[in-house]
Design a protein around this ligand. Structure first.
Ligand SMILES: C[S@@+](CC[C@H](N)C(=O)[O-])C[C@H]1O[C@@H](n2cnc3c(N)ncnc32)[C@H](O)[C@@H]1O
Length: 255
């Protein structure tokens, strides 16, 4: 039997593919992971459309009980639903690897991801460098990795996507303003300064949803915007082709 890893897209219950839905309807057990991203609807809405009980799997369930879930897929079909696409969070690559190493059949059903939805900004996906994750501030463990990634990408003229920390269990989601505060904090610890108040950045919220929001402006302009409900991300463009900039400028009006 098979372990199905199914991307369910970025917004609501209707973003699952027809292929994904058919598998969900026939699987013995269906889990949805709720810790690497959030949908705009609750699990009840998934259950209504799918006509199935959907169990919420916390990080601990997937990371600790992952072995059990994989083992159960030996005798029966098990589906794990992932918000966005399957491999845009490291946990799911780990699950995939463990299942393959255990000799369990794994089938992946892809869907839209934040990693490609950012194309809506006009920035070319081909010109993005390494993605950075901005973690919640911790005075004990200050982190500079996002800043280092940004410096390296900028040197190569590449754009940088910054994913923002979240803890759906406690409903804590980093906002774009908070991420900019974190970047400024990292910058203070450095000798070379790469971000300024007038650095051009792009804020994106709820990409893939009807109420998605994209705003292009300077760091200090974007920092002041309330983008509303999560999830959101921040992009720092590198060298832009005039076409990329032309599309981005259409989002100026949203400031
Ligand atoms: C760890 S990533 C998980 C990505 C997900 N598996 C996918 O394929 O889109 C989660 C982070 O991506 C960003 N993100 C995810 N979906 C988004 C969306 N629809 N709009 C803007 N940012 C999003 C947020 O910063 C969020 O905290």
């Amino acid at each position: 039997m098979t372990l199905y890893l199914i991307g369910i897209g970025l917004c609501d219950e209707k973003d699952i593919s027809v292929k994904g839905l058919e598998i969900v309807k026939n699987a013995r057990a269906v889990y949805v992971e709720q810790y690497t991203n959030v949908l705009q609807v609750g699990v009840d809405r998934l259950e209504t459309l799918y006509g199935r009980k959907v169990e919420i799997a916390a990080r601990e369930d997937i990371e600790k009980r992952g072995g059990e879930i994989i083992a159960s897929a030996r005798d029966t079909d098990v589906a794990i639903l992932i918000v966005g696409d399957v491999f845009s969070a490291t946990t799911h690559s780990d699950l995939y690897l463990r299942a393959r190493q255990a000799g369990v059949a794994v089938h992946v059903v892809h869907n839209a991801s934040v990693m490609t939805a950012i194309g809506a900004t006009g920035l070319s996906l081909y010109k993005f460098g390494k993605t950075a994750s901005v973690p919640f501030y911790s005075s004990e463990h200050p982190v500079d990795t996002p800043y280092t990634i940004l410096s390296e990408n900028l040197l190569l003229g590449m754009h940088t996507l910054m994913l923002l920390d979240l803890d759906p269990k406690t409903r804590r989601f980093m906002t774009i303003s908070e991420a900019i505060v974190e970047l400024r904090r990292m910058e203070e610890r450095k000798e070379n300064h790469i971000i300024r108040d007038n650095t051009l950045v792009v804020g994106c919220a709820r990409l893939g949803c009807p109420d998605s929001r994209i705003a292009f402006g300077t760091l200090s302009e974007i920092e002041k915007i309330d983008f509303g409900k999560p999830p959101s991300c921040l992009i720092i463009p590198g060298q832009m082709h005039f076409m990329e900039e032309d599309v981005l400028r259409t989002f100026n009006r949203e400031l």
